[in-house]
Ligand binder design. Sequence first.
Ligand code: SF4
Length: 388
Amino acid sequence: MTETSTTQPPEWHFEQGPIRPPSEAHSLLLRVSRNCPWNRCTFCPVYKGRKFSMRPVEDVCRDIDAVARHLDLLRRNLGEPGVETQGLLQLWHDRLPSAEQASFRAAAHWLAGGLQSVFLQDADGLIVGPKRLRVILAHLQATFPWTFRITAYTRSQTVLRFSQEELIALRQAGLTRLHIGLESGCDAVLEKVCKGATRAMHIQAGQRVKQAGIELSEYVMPGLGGRELSEHHARDSATALNAIRPDFIRLRTLAIPEGVPLHEEWRSGRFEFCTSVEIARELLLFLQNLDGIAGELASDHVLNLFEDLTGILPADQPRLVAMVQDFLDLTDERRCVYLVGRRGGMLRGLRDLIDPIKEAAARNLCEQLGATPDNVEDICRRLMQRFI
Ligand code: SF4
């Protein structure tokens, strides 16, 4: 793989990027590069307007050392009888020079989360190349030998720049899991949203990761094909995943914030949102077409229609299919209550509708907002904006 040139910031300071996968909420976030080297996906707001750059390996190692120093202090002093943890943490934090406070917070957060895992930020951890990654992984392993999991986001394009031997070497150096945004397995969708990867590239990259013995988490975006490509999107995403056989499939439903190119396409009528029923039909088709995958389906994103659409494949597939079908079988009025309750943050899944207190809260919100089966989609889209 060809190494990309390094942009040197004037001086070191501890850095963390803006996002991580939901499953890495308790991880130590270690920033190995800044922002996204691709940054062209039309639905993605995260790094728009921000320039990509590498962080020098020495700076990343200094981040690790800074966290280690704070951890040492915290582990020696916390847990003593009579010590009031939260107050003490705040006191220590406030007494530190401001340049040290961010790494202190990172260490305290990691300690509270159990010191299990490290996530390499930002959008593409592999982009720094095999040589730099091996140095960072070695320093991590030497400093935190107990770390159970080291993971990163990457892109299929980047994986394909690595040889199989380089991927195996990363696994041997401690990289345990990669998160890839498949988004769709449909070429027409991928091209429209400017993903920069084809279905074939996604499949090849995913298979390579798996063959290297690295766990793989693939993200699928229900709704990304819009009404026009919904069916193709569902079927092709399922069959692409069947070929990859990832360890995790994660759903993250499309929502479009202002300022991204897809928002403009929607405003001008070139992109049509799927309704909630259409999203459910898409999910049904997707689930029905999954075949031969032994892994976990996760729905760990607040924007998803069902937060409890989770299970182990293939055993839970019939249950998951039935869950989506149950939603489609609801009366229009009851579906309206579910949608408002879900988008209002009161309901996680259909089972919550059986809870009289939660259902009453959802009905109240419906009344407050004047939601009816005819206007519920617009109301839900507005409610979803809070979570984007
Ligand atoms: S590769 Fe990921 S972070 Fe980069 S623009 Fe696309 S979706 Fe956003």
